[in-house]
Design a protein around this ligand. Structure first.
Ligand SMILES: NC(=O)c1ccc[n+]([C@@H]2O[C@H](COP(=O)([O-])OP(=O)(O)OC[C@H]3O[C@@H](n4cnc5c(N)ncnc54)[C@H](O)[C@@H]3O)[C@@H](O)[C@H]2O)c1
Length: 361
């Protein structure tokens, strides 16, 4: 175990599409020692091991936990497997980093967080976008009051995506948008209800196109559009504020963030005469000010993320994507699934148990 100077030993479980990104970043970090790659497809694990300094190649989680000395594991296997692997690793006293979504069910996620707490271990989600320069800048602007009160958030995440075998498009893509909301909103992601509409126009057996709508604090609203069937890729978030509106276009590296001093002003002066229509018309004016694009630091988000995982273990301070953040995301996804099953009706978000886990925000 870490004595404050030695690197922590970590194994990456899952060497498919995303696991190699984790392995590369752990391998590059001086305070981590990547000791093993575990995948039930050992040829895949071996191919990855060759690229990241030849850590051990392991074919099962049992073999990893019994035969190798690790402080932590990072789980990049399909969502339906996260719970079993994480519970096994936590029971063996390992700190655990889990890919999004933390689990494929809310109760599974709650069990994982509870066991980590009971054992005094770190359980953290890889909500990658929360470690991007853009999200960090947006959070600073929101928390600094630059945008004013948040009025609405509109997020679009669409492309030709792999239809996942175990989760629908909400559980696959919306964790990104929801974790960003949780990160940038001062009160975190705490809608009381959500409504979800989805479609499976190709007969894949699960929603491949989805719309998620939820009220935010102070009468604001958020809409998230996720889609695996779009031939064009869009990653855009519009955050409308009472002072300014921000647009995050993640596919525009020259100008990922634009801040518009443009919008609608509602002046609240009392008019002595006139009906409601006249009053409303009279009170609206348009602001047509400048647009600016803040400069962003350059760094690899996963490098920050693995550094945060290390810091959470060594300092015991929670990360912005700790278990409670991951549970807030799962709570919204669960409610979205209920809403979907009920034809899009509003479904209450069950936030019970989440506050208990929260140490600091
Ligand atoms: N953070 C991000 O931006 C991001 C991006 C893509 C995927 N992901 C997440 O990463 C996770 C993995 O997704 P992927 O696209 O890499 O999947 P994948 O199917 O490409 O790879 C999964 C790998 O896990 C292995 N595996 C499955 N069960 C196992 C087990 N019990 N023990 C050992 N190995 C096992 C498989 O053999 C496979 O190699 C998912 O949770 C996904 O949501 C996150």
């Amino acid at each position: 175990m870490d004595n404050g100077t030695n690197p922590l030993k970590v194994a990456v479980i899952g060497a498919g599409y995303w696991g190699p990104n984790l392995a590369r970043n752990f391998s590059a970090a001086l305070d981590w020692e990547l000791v093993a790659i575990c995948d039930k497809d050992t040829a895949r694990a071996a191919a990855l091991a060759r690229k990241v300094g030849f850590p051990a190649v392991v074919g099962s989680v049992d073999e990893l936990l019994t035969g190798h000395d690790v402080d932590a594991v990072a789980i990049a296997t399909p969502a339906r497997t996260h719970h079993a692997i994480a519970m096994q690793a936590l029971a063996e006293g390992k700190h655990v980093l889990v890919e999004k979504p933390l689990a494929d069910r809310g109760d599974a996620g709650r069990q994982m967080v509870a066991l980590a707490q009971e054992r005094g271990l770190v359980l953290m989600a890889d909500h990658t976008y929360c470690y991007t320069p853009a999200a960090i800048k947006i959070r600073d602007l929101v928390f600094g009051g630059e945008l004013g009160e948040i009025l609405y958030i509109d997020s679009v995440r669409i492309n030709l995506g792999l239809v996942q075998p175990d989760v629908d498009v909400f559980w696959d893509l919306a964790p990104h948008d929801l974790s960003i909301l949780d990160f940038i909103l001062p009160g975190g992601l705490r809608p009381l209800e959500v409504s979800a509409h989805g479609a499976d126009p190709l007969g894949a057996g699960k929603a491949c196109v989805g719309y998620l709508t939820m009220p935010l604090a102070g009468g604001a609203i958020a809409n998230i559009h996720v889609n695996w069937l779009s031939p064009t890729k869009i990653r855009k978030m519009v955050i409308g504020g009472s002072r300014k509106t921000l647009i995050w276009d993640d596919l525009n590296p020259q100008q990922r963030i634009s801040v518009y001093d443009r919008g609608v002003n509602l002046d609240c002066q009392e008019l002595v005469r006139g009906d409601v229509t006249e009053r409303t018309e009279a009170a609206i004016s348009y602001r047509l000010g400048d647009t600016w694009s803040p400069s962003l630091e350059e760094f690899e988000p996963l490098g920050r993320m693995v550094a945060q995982f290390h810091a959470s273990i060594t300092t015991k301070l929670p990360s912005p994507t700790d278990g409670s953040a991951a549970l807030r995301v799962l709570a919204v996804l669960e409610a979205a699934s209920r809403s979907l099953a009920e034809g899009g009706s509003n479904a209450a978000v069950d936030g019970s148990g989440i506050e208990l886990q929260e140490v600091l925000r």
